[in-house]
Ligand binder design. Structure first.
Ligand code: CO8
Length: 259
């Protein structure tokens, strides 16, 4: 892997991808998206990785796409940038393993959009989220107008997109944008604890749960229930289903193997 803007390491089943452009508050450019793409491919291919965590530094998860690089771009350049970025964020959103955005400081614009591609957002109480693109004369281009109103109430999403204000962690938590808010110094421990709970679950069941949740958002209730039913039945072909139910009946903890 040839990563220029992301620090990447794997430990005890967790892959950590830390955005690393601190002098630009981790602003996202084509290279950052390319690096995240490599990380996603690596996580997908490595059976030893059970959870992906994307994080930044204390001041910023990411303060948006790189305004300096976008400022003089035309339509064609912008389409090239968003096509490449969207391919990566869709791959991230579709990853068959749980993903967590661990957020300190600013998660704005493309930064919040990247975090919205993760299954969970765990934040420090220093977190500030928002979609300020409208204040630059543009709109979100990394899925913000689509993912946010699917996650929270339409009117609040519309206010965030159309006024572009910034929101503190406690309010974002109340609204359901953030799953957990903890003290800055507890963030890493809390993320590891959350990841450990996920890793105690059966991996194929987690993958099926994610597929059902995600696919179900884009289809009718009837079609979504069909998707769920098929995935539910599919799990009865796994060793982990047999183990999970045997463990319940034998009053012990299950030992899942991912088979
Ligand atoms: N792009 C480029 N550089 C940035 C960005 C950014 N988004 N944000 C901060 N920086 C740079 C600053 O220019 C500054 O650099 P320098 O020291 O060289 O002047 C450095 O980071 C530190 O920033 P500040 O001095 O501004 O720090 P403050 O603490 O005073 O302010 C803020 C922090 C409030 C976060 C402020 O930096 C800010 O408002 N940033 C811009 C936020 C924003 O508007 N984000 C939206 C960008 S547009 C976007 O995200 C479109 C998404 C499209 C995604 C497409 C994907 C497929």
């Amino acid at each position: 892997m040839d990563l220029k803007t992301v620090l990447y390491n794997k430990k005890d089943g967790i892959a950590w991808a830390q955005l690393n452009r601190p002098d630009k508050l981790n602003a996202l450019n084509s290279k950052v998206f390319a690096d995240i793409g490599q990380v996603v491919d690596d996580v997908a291919a490595d059976d030893g990785v059970r959870v992906l965590v994307i994080t930044g530094n204390e001041k910023a998860f990411a303060a948006g796409a790189d305004i300096g690089e976008m400022s003089t771009a035309g339509i064609a350049d912008t389409l090239k940038f968003t096509d490449a970025g969207t391919q990566v964020t869709e791959r991230l959103a579709d990853l068959g393993k749980p993903t967590i955005a661990a957020i300190s400081g600013y998660a704005l614009g493309g930064g919040l959009e990247l975090a919205l591609c993760c299954d969970f957002r765990i934040a420090a109480d220093t977190a500030v989220v928002g979609l300020p693109e409208i204040t630059l004369g543009i709109i979100p281009g990394g899925g913000g107008t689509q993912r946010l109103p699917r996650l929270i109430n339409y009117s609040i999403a519309a206010e965030m997109v159309m006024l572009g204000g910034l929101m503190k962690a406690d309010r974002a938590h109340q609204l359901g944008i953030l799953n957990r808010v903890v003290a800055q110094e507890a963030l890493k421990t809390e993320v590891v604890k959350f990841a450990e709970q996920l890793m105690a679950r059966a991996p194929i069941a987690l993958r099926a749960a994610k597929t059902a949740l995600r696919k179900g958002l884009n289809v009718s209730l009837k079609d979504g229930i069909c998707i769920e039913q098929d995935l539910f039945a599919m799990l009865f072909g796994t060793a982990d289903q047999k183990e999970g139910m045997a463990a319940f009946l034998e009053k012990r903890k299950p030992k899942f193997t991912g088979k």
